[in-house]
Design a protein around this ligand. Structure first.
Ligand code: BG6
Length: 485
């Protein structure tokens, strides 16, 4: 964080009784508050449909914080009593929003706040539009201080709905007031992609079609759908992970250096990457769904057997793509992308493989291809990076062997902050660099819209595997293999 800290404000959370608030936002606010990083005098106003008073809301929050030992009960109670308030907004009528406005103004008066407001929409997709409209019609888009609105993912479910949501948001709010959140951008290792590239001349000089043979981005999870079937059934891996998190990683790996460090310079470059991607054809995509299998030796059920999932569900839990980026830097370098649930381990990595030396004295071309030099960026877990390179095995006979040089964040910096913590502080400071701009979200949907409209067949894969065999064949057809296995 540079410069002055955030100003005191009212942090209004829609969906305050929901999972995101109770599991993610509250712990972050508590940590910021007790660590002196949340401006003194700031308050939280929880908003949800159900009737409840402040005391009941505080008790609920103390209970949620209590489930994690890093929030001592006395500190959690003191924090909740001093900062949490609750307002029921039972529906989206003008009367309910007028009551909300009155409550906000009263709280600000009573606590000497100057009218800086954050509205955090921790809501399901279908509630975003009506809530933005409700806020705007009640005049809450422009208060006496600054006003910012944070919209959780998914921002739309296809291009048309994302455009419609942008129209609603922009009817009331300026782009500068809107913070479309993608929690992957809060991860230190995702932000480090830019530093790794643009602060290290030797890295950046290799980062192009002259030197790089292929780029792999894998975002693997061992978890399954975890009680989120109603959401996931209507979403699937393409909407849940690819359109947002995976695409954000892709743009940061492929973008050009921005002209300056300001938010628009950076986001302009990210949008240009999306505009340069060659439209996807059906055979560039593999869709899979996990069947019963085993993870770390324990049997797990298939997706269709998960509670709340339709027995004949055609929702994908795995996607693999091969992409081409038709620009000066990347022409001819394939980008292979995959994400899936119930894969063998949780692991997010970017692997750049180098082209073979023009003449190889020490290995055959096949030997090199089987084990090329590469840079792996470990986004999670074991955050850091690794360089794989060849060394001579000591001895008379000339033999080479691949070794790895590793940098792990934890060895140098200890535990990394939670992505939400970084992003909440940025919202409080009004810095939208790590948030997704309207044109960026639309450019991303534009890329995947044809696949959503005309999805390729769904292929089963056993839980605990790296997806359907077709995902291997997808990139083998272009002469490559996945490195994270
Ligand atoms: C969420 C998705 O946005 O990201 C989940 O909805 C997914 O399905 C999660 O599990 C992964 O986040 P992380 O930070 O654990 O990699």
């Amino acid at each position: 964080m540079d410069g002055a800290g955030p100003e005191p404000h009212l942090f209004v959370v829609f969906g305050a009784t929901g999972d995101l608030m109770q599991r993610k936002l509250l712990p972050v606010l508590h940590r910021l508050g007790t660590g002196g990083r949340w401006p003194a005098g700031s308050l939280v106003l929880g908003v949800a449909r159900r009737p409840m008073d402040d005391a009941a809301f505080r008790a609920m929050a103390v209970g949620s914080l209590g489930s994690d030992p890093s929030h001592p009960p006395a500190s959690a109670r003191a924090f909740c009593d001093a900062t949490l308030y609750y307002q029921s907004v039972p529906d989206e009528t003008a009367a309910s929003f007028a009551q909300l406005r009155a409550r906000i103004e009263r709280l600000e008066r009573e606590h000497g706040l100057r009218g800086n407001r954050i509205f955090y929409l921790a809501l399901p997709l279908e509630a975003f539009g009506p809530t933005l409209t409700g806020l705007g019609d009640a005049g809450l888009h422009a208060g006496p201080g600054w006003t910012r609105v944070v919209v959780e993912k998914p921002f739309g479910r296809d291009l048309a709905s994302a455009e419609a949501l942008n129209r609603i948001a922009l009817r009331y709010f300026d782009e500068k007031q809107i913070f479309r959140i993608d929690h992957y951008l809060g991860k230190e290792t995702v932000q480090n992609l830019m530093v790794f590239r643009f602060a290290n001349m030797f890295i950046e000089s290799l980062w192009n079609r002259e030197r790089i043979d292929a780029v792999e981005i894998t975002v693997a999870e061992s978890l399954g759908v975890e009680g989120r079937a109603p959401y996931y059934e209507a979403s699937g891996a393409l909407r849940d992970m690819v359109q947002n998190h995976v695409t954000q990683i892709l743009t940061l790996v492929a973008m050009e250096p921005p002209a300056t460090r300001d938010e628009d310079s950076i986001r302009n470059e990210k949008v240009k990457v999306l505009q340069s991607v060659v439209p996807l054809a059906g055979d560039d995509v593999v869709r899979g769904q996990y069947a019963a299998g085993a993870i770390a030796g324990s049997p797990v059920r298939g997706y269709r057997e998960e509670p709340g999932v339709a027995p004949g569900s055609s929702t994908e839990t795995f996607v693999a793509l091969r992409l081409r980026i038709a620009n000066w830097r990347w022409q001819g370098v394939p980008f292979y992308v995959r994400t899936g649930k119930r894969m063998p381990a949780k692991s997010t990595r970017v692997v750049l493989t180098f082209k073979a030396p023009p003449v190889t004295f020490f290995q055959t071309a096949q030997e090199y291809r089987a084990n090329p030099d590469r840079i792996s960026i470990l986004i999670q877990p074991d955050e850091g990076f690794e360089l794989a390179f060849e060394v001579k095995v000591p001895g008379r006979e000339l033999r080479v062997q691949t070794h790895r040089m590793k940098f792990h964040y934890a060895d140098v910096f200890g535990e990394l902050p939670d992505g939400y913590e970084t992003l909440l502080i940025d919202v409080m400071l009004g810095d939208s660099t790590l948030f997704v701009r309207a044109d960026e979200v639309e450019a991303s949907w534009r890329l995947y819209d044809p696949i959503l409209r005309n999805p390729p067949p769904l292929l089963p894969y056993p839980a605990g595997s790296w997806g359907p065999d077709a995902a291997q064949a997808l990139i083998a057809a272009w002469g490559h293999r996945w490195f994270l296995e």
